[in-house]
Each structure stands twice: as C-alpha cells, then as structure tokens.
Design a binder for this molecule. Structure first.
Ligand SMILES: [Zn+2]
Length: 237
C-alpha cells in the first residue's frame, strides 16, 4: 500500500508520504502532516482489496489531504467498492465485533425498536422497507441520535431515547429519519456527500409530529451537555 500511495503522490505534488493500516471501528481514514511529510492511517477494512481499489483510495485521500479536487474518475472505483453490500458482507463480523456500543436486542427498557420500526414502515413506507438489524447505540446524543448503515443493513438509535420520559413518537421520528436515508439519494457535494438534501428535508417534514419531535431531540442533546443551548439539532446520517 505504501508504494501505491508514494506513486500517486509523486504524480500529484511530490513530497513524502507513508501509509499504514489501522483497525478503526468504522470505515475511516486519517492523516497527519508535518515537515517530514504526510502519514496516512488507512482503515484495515480495505486490506486485501484489489490493487486498483487501493490506488483509487490513494487518489481520493491524497487529494483530500492536499485540498485538491479529486478527478471523479479516479476516486469512483474506491467509493463504489466500499459502498457495495458485497464489501460489507465480507466485513460484517469484524464490524459487529468492534461495535461495542451497539446492542442488537431491540427491546429496550422503555421502548421496543422493532415495534417502532414496524409502525413507521407501515404508516410511512407502506411496508416497503426490508427489516434491518435493529440496535441501540450507547453514545453521546450530541454526536448523533441514530444512524443507518445501509450496506450492512443496520439501523441504530441512541440509547438516550430508551426512557419512559421520552414519548414513543420521538423514537419513531429518529427511526423515520434513518429509514429515509434508505430511500433518498445522497448527492455529491464539493468535498463530501450530502445526505440531508432538500428532498430529504422535505420528506422529513412529512413526519406527523415533526416540530414536537425536534424539540424533544434538542432537549435531550442539551441536557446531555449539561447546559441550555438551543441550537437546532437533527439526527445525523
Ligand atoms: Zn440523517
């Protein structure tokens, strides 16, 4: 991998680069630049991928690190590879093993994720969405209220919503938001994919108790921070 990164880098700007694999929980890559060059830490989910995928990833990452626009044709091989269900099927067991914050028991203390999913699927999606693996996620509500890992078929909701004090429709709203990610197309922005597009937001407003649910989510995020900020917070992808 290091050789591939050096070769791509020399075609771009030169300078020194190195790349090593790292067992991140999620598929993510980081880099650090100094006088001595740039070191990339590449998710080890990519290890064993075909050489043209690694080369495409090198273009994708080095362009990002150098703040250069990456020619679309050069990064697309990597992007389509890691967005495919086949790629994730191969890494499913590792992902689940590393996802220690996830509990795949849908029945929580106060709420049942499976019941929320079934209701939302029936009411808003005409039962058209295949049931994903449902999980409660133990993480800071200010980070995200839920996420939908589409290629893996995992829909997770923040454990902070599993409380008698939180109305069921708040949980249903987060489930609805995450399910919408499965039926709306993201668009490629300048530097990143935009998931919460105009179309997405319009459909999100179709939730019956949208305003009340949003207020609840703000309250939960604010109380988890221990202050009274009123920034509008929405669940993240
Ligand atoms: Zn989202």
């Amino acid at each position: 991998m290091g050789e591939t990164f050096r070769s791509v880098n020399s075609q771009l700007v030169g300078g020194r680069v190195s790349a090593i694999y790292h067992p991140y929980k999620e598929l993510k890559h980081t880099w650090r630049s100094s006088d001595r060059g740039t070191t990339f830490k590449v998710s080890d989910y990519v290890r064993g991928s075909p050489e043209d995928v690694v080369e495409s990833l090198a273009w994708f990452l080095i362009c990002r690190a150098r703040r250069k626009e990456c020619p679309k044709g050069l990064s697309s091989r990597y992007l389509s590879h890691v967005r495919s269900p086949e790629f994730w099927e191969d890494h499913r067991s590792v992902y689940v093993k590393r996802a220690r914050t996830l509990s795949f028991q849908p029945k929580g203390i106060a709420h049942d994720l499976a019941a929320a999913f079934e209701y939302v699927n029936s009411y808003y999606f005409n039962n058209s969405v295949p049931a994903p693996a449902l999980a409660w996620a133990r993480e800071s509500p200010s980070r995200r209220m839920g996420f939908y890992h589409q290629p893996l078929g995992i829909l997770a909701v923040n454990r902070a919503l599993d409380s008698e004090q939180v109305p069921r429709y708040v949980l249903e709203f987060v489930v609805y938001h995450e399910m919408l990610h499965g039926v709306t197309e993201p668009v490629d922005g300048l530097n990143r994919r935009v998931f919460h597009t105009k179309e997405f937001r319009a459909r999100e407003h179709g939730f019956a108790r949208y305003d009340e649910a949003q207020k609840w989510l703000c309250r939960i995020v604010n109380s988890s921070k221990g202050n009274t900020r009123t920034t509008s917070i929405v669940p993240q992808a």
